[in-house]
Design a protein around this ligand. Structure first.
Ligand SMILES: N[C@@H](CCC(=O)N[C@@H](CS)C(=O)NCC(=O)O)C(=O)O
Length: 237
């Protein structure tokens, strides 16, 4: 039985990439919406670390409370197209996954606080003190826009100086490509990230042709479009 419960929030965030990976590896996926944005799950009392995503595998009862741990578990327990072909392949995929996780944690996630007006300081590790302490929202948006350009600039330069491949690590799509795709489309399409688009003069990735081309290729995979449904149009962030 390939079936998991995944608790997350009704946003793109760190949940959609897991849903897409399940679709590509033929794993049945039950989406539980967590408090404070849903009633199926209470992250504060049911998830050991008080965060989502949280996963339970129906086959063995295994519970995991970290997005990367969940993804590494799924692609090794249930092999499929996203399972790395060798330790070398896995090492590179994990490096690009971590680039994306950092981009999410340091750029997208602080933007979430600004977009949603979230000002409870212990939500996400006191991070508000970093982005908003010196100058409020306007300065926070300016700082995060600068960080967006710096982070994507490094990745773009690195990728474009290597021999151009279709995906991050070669000719096959990896779970890192999927996460990069969900983050880029979130910034390009969701209503909340209009604030970053505006602060970039319309197109936050205009200097990132390699990143955009990888996302274009990811978007051609049937399971990616099916699992994404209309989330980029409907979800706020
Ligand atoms: N390293 C963790 C980070 C998890 C995390 O910070 N999740 C956020 C949502 S994307 C959360 O649960 N925030 C609510 C809180 O910290 O109370 C992972 O990747 O799973």
């Amino acid at each position: 039985m390939k079936e998991i419960d995944l608790a997350y929030l009704p946003v793109v965030g760190r949940g959609l990439q897991i849903k897409i990976i399940c679709a590509m590896h033929d794993i049945k996926f039950n989406y539980l919406l967590s408090k404070p944005m849903g009633e199926d799950f209470d992250k504060d009392s049911e998830a050991p670390f008080g965060t989502v995503p949280w996963m339970k595998d129906h086959s063995n009862g295994l519970q995991l409370n970290d997005s990367m741990a969940i993804v590494l578990y799924l692609v090794s327990k249930y092999p499929g197209p996203l399972t790395p072909k060798s330790p070398d392949d896995a090492a590179l995929v994990n490096m690009y996954w971590s680039w994306t996780q950092d981009y999410y944690s340091f750029v997208l996630s602080p933007f979430h606080d600004i977009i949603t007006g979230h000002n409870e300081p212990f939500w996400r590790n006191l991070r508000l003190t970093d982005t908003l302490v010196d100058g409020g929202k306007e300065k926070g948006v300016a700082n995060l826009t600068k960080l967006h350009h710096m982070r994507t600039g490094f990745l773009e330069k690195h990728l474009s100086s290597n021999q151009q491949e279709t995906f991050l690590t070669g000719s096959t799509c990896s779970y890192a490509d999927i996460f990069l795709y969900t983050c880029v489309r979130t910034v390009q399409k969701t209503a909340g990230f209009g604030i970053l688009r505006e602060s970039c003069g319309g197109d936050p990735f205009k200097d990132c042709p390699t990143i955009l081309s990888i996302c274009e290729e990811v978007g051609k995979i049937d399971e990616v479009t099916l699992a994404s449904e209309d989330i980029f149009e409907k979800a706020p962030i």
